[in-house]
Design a protein around this ligand. Structure first.
Ligand code: PGA
Length: 249
């Protein structure tokens, strides 16, 4: 049985005052039936980990460098994330692929570093609108999978988030059939590469405009084990609605 995961990606949002959302979330979900993760900006990570201690909420980073330390101004290593209290890290988000020219090979190197440090890597994949319209989605996902995912995978240390680029922050969501088709094909590729035990244990999240109002139907799709949520994770009231939908799925 895969434990369901509701993961929030705060992106470049959040200052100290927003940690009140952690308290509200923990109050609303003292004993959740799923894992809850929030990935705040790096500047808040340590305080977020303190706010989340003694609650079921885990905290994670939004990126890490592939090297352990060194002359990389502005970057953060997996060990640093871990030291600040993170248990997970999002890697290869499409905003990083676009804004920082991250290629799948970079994502794989980062995932190696994160997993070696004991973090769970949440690797993001997804097609652009042009790729979807050209009916290339499954090929694009297959290419991103084989180049972004390192070999050292156990069922536990990897989570994959399918996030169509055109659905992120736009209010547009693929059809349930489209989500199911991609998730089933990711599962099949994982099982082919890592075997059924490991490939069957990796959790697959859907991400892109998930809201309390569409979460129920998305969580009913096969091989959807949770969500990676941007905008609707910033306020406990919204994220809580998504968590409830996941608990009830
Ligand atoms: P969104 O972002 O929920 O605001 O669409 C999702 C993401 O980028 O992870």
């Amino acid at each position: 049985m895969r434990r369901k995961l509701a993961a929030g990606n705060w992106k470049m949002n959040g200052i100290g005052a927003d940690l009140a959302e952690f308290e509200a979330l923990a109050r609303a979900h003292p004993r959740p039936d799923c894992e809850i993760l929030i990935c705040p900006p790096a500047s808040l990570l340590h305080r977020a980990a303190e706010a989340a201690s003694d609650t079921p909420i885990a905290v994670g980073g939004q990126d890490c460098h592939s090297e352990a330390k060194g002359a990389h101004t502005g970057d953060i290593s997996a060990a640093m994330l871990r030291d600040a209290g993170a248990s997970h890290v999002i890697l290869g988000h499409s905003e990083r692929r676009a804004d920082h020219d991250e290629r799948s090979e970079d994502v794989r190197a980062k995932a190696r570093a994160a997993i070696s440090e004991g973090l769970t890597a949440i690797i993001c994949l997804g097609e652009s609108l042009a790729e979807r319209e050209a009916a290339n989605t499954l090929d694009i996902i297959a290419g991103q999978m084989s180049s972004s995912i390192p070999d050292m995978v156990t069922g536990e240390n990897l989570v994959i988030a399918y996030e169509p680029v055109w659905a992120i922050g736009t209010g547009k969501v693929p059809t349930l059939e489209q989500i199911g088709e991609v998730h089933d094909s990711i599962r099949a590729m994982l099982e082919a590469r890592f075997g059924q035990d490991i490939g069957g244990a990796v959790r697959l999240l859907y991400g892109g405009s998930v809201k309390p109002s569409n979460a129920d139907e998305i969580f009913a799709v096969s091989n959807v084990d949770g969500a990676l949520v941007g905008g609707a994770s910033l306020k406990a009231a919204d994220f809580s609605g998504i968590i409830c939908a996941l608990e009830n799925s």
